[in-house]
Design a binder for this molecule. Structure first.
Ligand code: B12
Length: 262
C-alpha cells in the first residue's frame, strides 16, 4: 500500500511536468507516513500553537501521508544572486502550489476508489498574519513521518536536501507509520560546522539560536511587491511568475544541505 501511494505521487509529478503550460521540473518526490497518535502529533499544539488542528478534525481514525517535492538544482542556483527571490524560484513556488491542488485531488480520488477516505486540511494554505503561524504545519507532520530533521535554517532537511516543498494528506488507509529520523541532517546541529544559511540570510532573520519569522516575512514581502509590480496586471506568460508571492529562499540554496545528504 505504501509503495502504491508513493508511485501515485511520483508518477503524477513525472507526467505533470510534461504539460505544455508548465516550466518547472522537479526531482523525485519523497513520501512518508505519520502516526497520527504519535506523542509529537498528539501534543502538536505545544510545538506549534494552541489553535493547531488535530488530524482527527480532518478525518476519523487517521494516518497522515506526507510528501516532499524537491526542486532541481537550476531552480536553486537561479536564486543565489540578488536579494530578491529569482523569477525562476517564484515561478517554481507558484507552479508547485498549483500542482499540489491537482495532485491532492488525484490522490484523494485514488484512495476513495480503494474504498478509503482522504482529505487535505483546508487551513494548510493559510496562516494567521499576526503570529505568522498556520493551523496546520506540514513539516511538523513530515518530520514525524520520518522525512527529515530541522536545520538551523528552520527548514526540514530530507535525505534529498531541504530545497523543495511539502504537503500532507489525512487518510484512513491501513498503513504502518514510519518513524522520525534519529540522525540530525543539519551540519551545525551534528558537529557545529557550517552555518552557511545564517550567512545567506541578509535580513538577519536567522541566527544560530533564533529564527525571527517577522523579519523573514518582511523580506519575503519585498519579492511579493516587486513581482506584483512587474507581472500583477499582465496576462499570464509561460515561464514567468503570475504576480507576486511572499518568497525568498536564500536560506535554502547554495548550502551543503540544499540537495543530497550523506
Ligand atoms: C507561515 C509560513 C511562513 C511564514 C512564517 C515562517 C515560519 N517558519 O513559521 C513566512 C511567510 C515568513 C514563511 C517564510 C518561508 N517559508 Co513558509 N510557510 C509557512 C506555513 C504556511 C506555515 C508555517 C507555520 O505555521 N509555522 C509555525 C511553526 C510553529 O510550525 P513549523 O514552522 O511548520 O514547524 C515547527 C514546529 O514543528 C517546531 N518543532 C518541531 N519539533 C519541535 C520540538 C520542540 C520541542 C518544539 C518546542 C518545537 C518543535 O519547529 C518547527 C520549525 O520552526 C508553511 C506551510 C504549512 N502549512 O505548514 C510554509 C513553509 C514552512 N514555508 C516554506 C518555505 C520554503 C518558506 C521560505 C523558504 C519562503 C520561500 N518559499 O521562498 C521561507 C523560509 C522561512 C524559514 N526559514 O523558516 C516550506 C518549508 C519547506 C522546508 N524545506 O522546510 C513550507 C512547509 C511550505 C511548503 N508547502 O513546503 N513561511
Amino acid at each position: 500500500m505504501k509503495n502504491l501511494i508513493t508511485n501515485f505521487i511520483v508518477d503524477f509529478v513525472r507526467e505533470y511536468e510534461k504539460r505544455d503550460e508548465i516550466s518547472t521540473t522537479w526531482r523525485e518526490p519523497l513520501v512518508g507516513f505519520a502516526d497520527a497518535y504519535h506523542e509529537q502529533i498528539m501534543h502538536i499544539r505545544d510545538y506549534t500553537f494552541e489553535e493547531h488542528l488535530m488530524p482527527s478534525d480532518v478525518i476519523e481514525d487517521p494516518t497522515i501521508i506526507a510528501y516532499f517535492i524537491p526542486f532541481t538544482k537550476d531552480i536553486a542556483d537561479s536564486n543565489i544572486e540578488r536579494e530578491l527571490a529569482s523569477e525562476k524560484w517564484t515561478l517554481a513556488y507558484q507552479e508547485t502550489n498549483e500542482m499540489f491542488i491537482k495532485l491532492n485531488d488525484y490522490l484523494i480520488k485514488k484512495i476513495e476508489e480503494m474504498g478509503y477516505k482522504a482529505a487535505v486540511c483546508k487551513e494548510a494554505g493559510d496562516f494567521k498574519t499576526d503570529i505568522l503561524k498556520s493551523k496546520w504545519s506540514h513539516r511538523h507532520i513530515a518530520r514525524v513521518a520520518g522525512l527529515g530533521t530541522f536545520g538551523i535554517n528552520n527548514m526540514l532537511i530530507t535525505k534529498e536536501g531541504c530545497c523543495g516543498r511539502y504537503f500532507t494528506i489525512v487518510t484512513n488507509l491501513p498503513v504502518s507509520p514510519d518513524k522520525p529520523l534519529e540522525e540530525e541532517k543539519c551540519l551545525y546541529k551534528k558537529n557545529k560546522s557550517c552555518l552557511m544559511c545564517v550567512k545567506h540570510c541578509f535580513s538577519g532573520a536567522l541566527s544560530k539560536d533564533n529564527y525571527d519569522r517577522f523579519k523573514c516575512y518582511e523580506t519575503c514581502l519585498k519579492s511579493f511587491y516587486e513581482y506584483e509590480k512587474l507581472y500583477g496586471d499582465k496576462e499570464p506568460q509561460k515561464g514567468k511568475p503570475k504576480g507576486g508571492s511572499d518568497v525568498c529562499g536564500k536560506c535554502v540554496v547554495n548550502l551543503p544541505c540544499s540537495f543530497k545528504q550523506p
